[in-house]
Design a protein around this ligand. Structure first.
Ligand SMILES: [Zn+2]
Ligand SMILES: [Zn+2]
Length: 99
């Protein structure tokens, strides 16, 4: 039996600016907490936004009933792998220090 139930992966909101974001722990050994915007980026946009402190993530969706999962999108990961690529969320206003 299955009930419609979200795991909290997609319906999070930024506590500072209330933008829809995904927050997930990425990685299995040294997990990194990533909060990303939901807007997919083109390869050109990925090249523009990529900074040492701002990562680009691959939003991997394994199937229609699987919640999306963030994966590393650093090279050699192709920028046009077919899954949406998103980047770290930044508030429009100057962000306060979180954690
Ligand atoms: Zn990808
Ligand atoms: Zn925000």
């Amino acid at each position: 039996m299955s009930r419609p139930r979200t795991t909290g992966a997609v319906d999070s909101r930024c506590p500072a600016c209330a933008a829809p974001v995904i927050t997930q722990w990425v990685g299995q050994v040294a997990a990194l907490r990533a909060t990303v915007d939901l807007t997919p980026l083109t390869p050109e946009q990925q090249a523009t936004v990529r900074e040492p402190n701002r990562l680009v993530w691959c939003l991997y969706q394994g199937g229609p009933h699987t919640p999306p999962r963030l994966r590393w999108a650093t090279p050699p990961h192709p920028p046009d792998c077919g899954h949406p690529h998103v980047t770290e969320h930044r508030c429009i206003t100057e962000p306060t220090t979180l954690f």
